[in-house]
Design a protein around this ligand. Structure first.
Ligand code: R5P
Length: 299
């Protein structure tokens, strides 16, 4: 197997190649003055199974086009099979028609890539059900246990909490692996007063440490609100953790303002926040072993 490493996201690709004992093939990419993209595979890959490692943030749309161009170039230079390992696959949150007339963007992106890649491996995908619908071709790699484990040095016997029911599986996966309690927060509107209450469904956070875990931090609103509420309900410390820290605009300040003790993010993106509050964890090892299982037919 060859591992095609893109300039936008070299670190994880290089580590995966080393872990798999495969050769890394550095792909040349550039942008023309008019904004169009160009890629070039530097050598013949005749008969090779090629694993392409890239990510799709920032510049989501460009990075998807880049993957399509690269897949075409690899096929033309003789690759026998293409597998994509894309830790952050963008457009996942438009995963259904919310308002009539909308597309299901997540399916558009998945299917356009699956026309060119025989398998796609994605980290903590927002809508795992859409991957499950493409069973045997699209795979989700969970990493919430790695994020929660990294938080343990700051916390004592924490509860793992998801900010909403949608993130519950993530919290459960980590908590069960690490022997911790878990819960999710529910939002309830009092039908008489109209007041909104937001609280953990089962567990009392009073005096407890909490890891608040989500898939994506975008504007930071969801996780900052949840952190503030938990601290307001008596939690001792709250560490915020997410697989994909887009951290747009005021996200970090919002999270700081909410009183979070630390922000733990995975290195799934081609962008990092440099701030003492933020710590990154490496997903290469987990991704490498999952890739080995998938390629070896054990998943
Ligand atoms: C939503 O369903 C996602 O799981 C995240 O909770 C959401 O995307 C976070 O967005 P923001 O940081 O803008 O609140």
């Amino acid at each position: 197997m060859l591992v095609a490493v893109l300039e936008r996201y070299p670190e994880v690709g290089e580590r995966i190649a080393a872990n798999l004992g495969a050769r890394a093939l550095r792909v040349k990419c550039k942008t023309f003055p008019d904004g169009e993209l160009y890629v070039r595979v530097p050598e013949d890959v005749k008969g090779e199974e090629v694993l392409v490692v890239s990510t799709t943030f920032p510049n989501q749309s460009d990075s998807i086009i880049e993957l399509l161009l690269l897949a075409d170039a690899l096929r033309r230079t003789g690759a026998s099979e293409l597998i994509g390992a894309i830790p952050y696959l963008a457009y996942a949150r438009q995963d259904k028609v919310f308002l009539q007339g909308e597309p299901v963007s997540a399916e558009v992106v998945l299917d356009i890539l699956l026309e060119r890649f025989s398998k796609l491996i994605v980290v903590d995908y927002h809508s795992p059900g859409l991957l499950a619908k493409r069973e045997g071709r699209a795979f989700n790699v969970l990493i919430s246990d790695i994020l929660v484990r990294a938080s343990l040095k700051y916390l004592s016997d924490p509860i793992v909490i998801a900010p909403d029911k949608g993130a519950l599986e993530r919290a459960k996966f980590a908590a069960e692996r690490l022997g911790l309690q878990f819960d999710y927060m529910i939002k309830e509107r009092d039908r008489v007063t109209g007041e909104i209450r937001h609280y953990p469904k089962e567990l009392d956070v009073g005096g407890r440490d909490v890891v608040l875990i989500d898939d994506i931090i975008s504007t930071g609103g969801t996780i900052a609100d949840a952190a503030k509420i938990l601290l307001g309900q008596g939690a001792r410390k709250v560490v915020v953790a997410a697989s994909h820290g887009l951290m747009l605009g005021e996200a970090l300040n919002r999270i700081k303002g909410a009183g979070a003790h630390k922000v733990i993010l995975a290195n799934t993106l081609a962008a990092k926040v440099g701030d003492p509050l933020v710590e990154y964890v490496d997903i290469s090892e987990r991704l490498s072993s999952e890739i080995a299982n998938i390629v070896g037919g054990r998943r």
